[in-house]
Write a protein that binds this ligand. Sequence first.
Ligand code: TNX
Length: 484
Amino acid sequence: MSQPAIVPAPAHLRIAADAEPFGLPGAERDDAIAAALDTVEETVDADAALGAEGYRLTVDAFGLRAEAASEAGLFYARQTLTQLVAPSGDGWVVPAVAITDVPRFAYRGVMLDVARHFFPVETVEAYIDRAAALKFNALHLHLSDDQGWRIQIDSRPELTARASATAVGGDAGGFFTKDDYRRIVDYAASRHVIVVPEIDMPGHTHAVGLAYPELAEEPVLSDEILATAREYGGGTPTSGTPYEGIAVGFSSLKIHDEATYDFVSDVLGELAEMTPGPYLHIGGDEALGTDPADFALFVSRVSRMVSDLGKTPVAWHEAGTAADLSPDTVGQYWGFLTPTDGMDDKARAFVANGSQVIVSPADAIYLDMKYADDAPLGLTWANAPVTVERAYSWDPAALIDGIADDGILGVEAPMWAETLRTLDDIDHMAFPRIAAAAEAAWSPALGSTDLRTWESFRSRVGALGPLWTDAGIAFHASDEIPWV
Ligand code: TNX
């Protein structure tokens, strides 16, 4: 057999080249997958030295066996098994393999921006399915931005009453009720995925000002913001009017007003209460409408509010150098593969504080970047076009000088939604590049095994095309991939 279609690449794979595969009944792929999942003999063995999420999967002509120390490990064994089901003659088989697999990083995330465009629960669930099948274990929901507030907060009813109805380009908005959010959390949990809710502050808060005008500063209209308004439309940001454009960095909460912290406390308190996962993301990116000293005061105080709620704060890398940041704050690096503008200094500050970073290099795994100059969907600012090869060909430990595996909590691939309206749009931008992010998050270091090469990756992804098609995933059939 050629490359087995396993993505992300497993840590250890032995292919029994001459051995008979395991035959499966079933007319369609789905039937064969169901038969494989029905047949696999699963063992939970806490002593198996497979860590919290690892697994062993053994296939020969006589059977399918999976072993793990946890339900999560067995879940990942089943994802691998699903990928291995292959057509053979007029039936289906699983090739004879022996796999021992453990993830490199504990945090393997995808982010979905439901603020620029709103996506209903069903779409979020579909994205959770896609992510979990690639062994991601965190869904970061970007729940607020200038264009809309997307989560019910009982103590602050004006947020959803006044600041949720609209989206970029005049499209309809929406918000998750607490029941919707719980449905998402439960659905994610059943696939071993945690939800990381983000309220982006103190910038990206124009929508807060629609609901509670007394908390918001007047928009700061720089030349860049006016130019973006001219280029992309959506009007000039104006207090009290919904914002439908895509400029960033003009809004700010009032930093020296206690009412702001009462508001943040109400919002974070309810969010902590409805979120079983350990993280609350406080944003902190692109606060160009906030004075830098005020920004530092704000993120320090708010990070401590999160810690006091018993959660671990996460913030975009800008917050790293703020004095008095809660020391457990995890930083999220969104700079380039080659850091610019001191963004690496900011990332290192989280590690110097004793915490870790999540890496999201924008010119590699911002899934909203255009694939090609003439692509209809996506943005361009992060050195687009971003090819599949660029999304793949980097290693987390080689990104930021002084930050190696022990300083890295994990890898996350953000999907910003300025240009995206449907699940098909999301699929098109995500697939196949999301598979590259999955491999950076789960698999051993780039180049450290035969499988962790671009040539191997292209071939394995190509072999997954039929599975993705049968699963209804509207992937981009990039000509960089030899699709089967
Ligand atoms: C940057 S980088 C943003 C978002 C935009 C995105 C579009 C960062 C943390 N923020 O506000 O949606 O670019 O690609």
